[in-house]
Design a protein around this ligand. Structure first.
Ligand code: NAI
Length: 465
């Protein structure tokens, strides 16, 4: 008799959510986690601590740039970096503690340690082998390395996103390799703290793959906030002394050039890669994709019976909420129900100020497909609430099918974009048209009115533009 119905490996958002849903569905469930605390990368060294630092430094930015204008006079606050990090750690502690509570509440056993899979139906943690009918691998991802660049978070000169959350002091000059989500979020944090931040990016636009309009506006706004960019530049290596670093890169337009950027700290934010080390997947014969992800079918099953995988370790966007959805869906599948994830409606959010949020197809991708579309755009300059909070820069853009008016995608750059995008996600899930959104009463004065205006712009026109 197996001890468990399901053992989940990894307690990040994919794993712990899956464990809760398994328990809710009556499955005897355990979760394996080797970290001291639950919550994985997201809660411990990712989404949550970075959001605490983004919030704190946004407050600082407001005090320095907008308070006087609103009649709030006085000296700007000074930064107590150790206290800011303590606040961040406290936020992390509250959240990881919350997950531990949820595990207990749902009677999910936490097997502490790092797991390996000696055979299907067996999970080894420490010296103990546990028997289980099903295994869900939710082991996540780790920062990708770059050739010629050695990350050492302890030294604190060449760091990854984990190191950037705990720097001993605020650097004078920071170089960021990669203008993706991590580079721009953490680059923003340090720029607001007074560092001179230069982002070096291989592509010609920030956040590759995002709506081109948003990319341009986003970069312009970040530049206004003090971030500098070197675009079209491939980093080939980083040299360090005891206290400083030199980032070497070649510009794509002159590949033989060798440019150098001096910095006190270099943040490497050039992507993440799936993490499945130590699980013994090779010996089990688990099929992998060419990009090193665990290959799964439409039900998150690997080629080995009884072993499933979800989240960053399989294909798809490396996003906590995508992992959570898969975690719930795979639990349903294991319980003999019908788990489903709509990969066409997974929002992406960058938590800078302004926030950036996207969902569905981009205008460029639909045009490349030859699809007939209409685009409705509304600038936050025409939104009373946004102007009242110094956030009139940015827009909402909705892309619809030209014939049916059905919403196919959306992009928002502006205040609370990460929350507002969900109106469009729900619209897409329900197959709504832009007219459905336009005919829905939106409270005034809210940022969400800009969504309605963009929907109106898909038809006869927005009111306030
Ligand atoms: P990313 O894939 O978003 O961006 C990496 C950037 O580095 C790309 O623009 C790439 O062109 C550039 N790059 C790569 N090699 C380079 C080189 N040698 N020289 C110059 N530029 C180079 O990866 P990022 O920002 O590290 O994030 C990793 C993952 O974590 C992503 O999948 C992201 O979605 C996820 N994440 C999501 C967050 C959110 O949802 N808010 C927050 C943080 C991470």
């Amino acid at each position: 008799m197996a001890q468990y119905d399901v053992i989940i490996i990894g307690a990040g958002p994919g794993g712990y959510v899956s464990a809760i849903r398994c328990a809710q569905l009556g499955l005897k469930t355990a979760i394996v986690e080797g970290r001291e605390t639950l919550g994985g990368t997201c809660l411990n060294v990712g989404c949550i601590p970075s959001k605490a630092l983004l919030h704190a430094t946004h407050m600082l930015h407001e005090a320095e740039h907008n308070f006087a204008d609103m009649g709030l006079k006085g000296k700007s606050p000074s930064v107590d970096w150790d206290q800011m990090k303590a606040y961040k750690s406290d936020v992390v502690g509250q959240n990881t503690g919350g997950i531990e509570f949820l595990m207990k509440k749902n009677k999910i056993e936490w097997l502490k340690g790092w797991a390996s899979i000696p055979a299907a139906g067996k999970v080894k943690v420490g010296d103990e082998v546990h028997e289980t009918k099903n295994i869900v691998i939710a082991s996540g991802s780790v920062p990708s390395s770059l050739p010629g660049v050695e990350v050492d978070n302890d030294k604190g000169i060449v760091i990854d996103s984990t190191g950037a959350l705990d720097l001993p002091k605020i650097p004078k000059k920071m170089a960021v390799i990669g203008a993706g989500v991590i580079g721009l979020e953490l680059g923003s944090v340090y720029a607001r703290l007074g560092s001179d931040v230069t982002v070096v990016e291989y592509m010609d636009a920030v956040c590759p793959g995002m709506d081109a309009d948003v990319q341009r506006t986003f970069k312009r706004i970040l530049e206004k906030q003090g971030l500098k960019f070197v675009m079209g530049a491939a980093v080939s290596g980083v040299e360090t002394t005891k206290t400083k670093a030199k980032v070497k890169y070649a510009l794509k337009k002159s590949p033989d050039s060798e440019e150098v950027l001096d910095a006190d700290v270099v943040l490497v934010a050039a992507g993440r890669k799936p993490f499945a080390e130590g699980l013994g997947l090779d010996a089990l014969g688990v099929k992998m994709t060419e990009r090193g992800q665990i290959a799964t079918n439409a039900h998150w099953a690997t080629n080995v019976a009884g072993i499933y995988a979800i989240g960053d370790v399989i294909e798809g966007p490396m996003l906590a909420h995508k992992a959570e959805d898969e975690g719930m869906a795979v639990a349903e599948v294991i319980a003999g129900k019908h788990g489903h994830v709509n990969y066409g409606v997974i929002p992406g959010v960058v938590y800078t100020t302004p926030e950036v949020a996207t969902v569905g197809a981009t205008e460029a991708a639909l045009k490349a497909e030859g699809r007939k579309i209409k685009v409705g755009k509304f600038m936050f300059m025409g939104n009373a609430r946004a102007k009242a909070v110094h956030q009139g820069d940015g827009f909402v853009k909705i892309i619809v099918d030209a014939e049916t008016d059905r919403v196919l995608g959306a992009a928002i750059i502006g205040p609370a974009a990460g929350d507002m995008i969900h109106e469009l996600c729900v619209a897409m899930e329900f197959g709504a048209s832009a007219q459905d959104i336009a005919l829905t009463c939106h409270a005034h004065p809210t940022y969400s009115e800009a969504v309605r205006e963009a929907a109106l712009a898909c038809g006869d026109g927005a009111i306030h533009s």
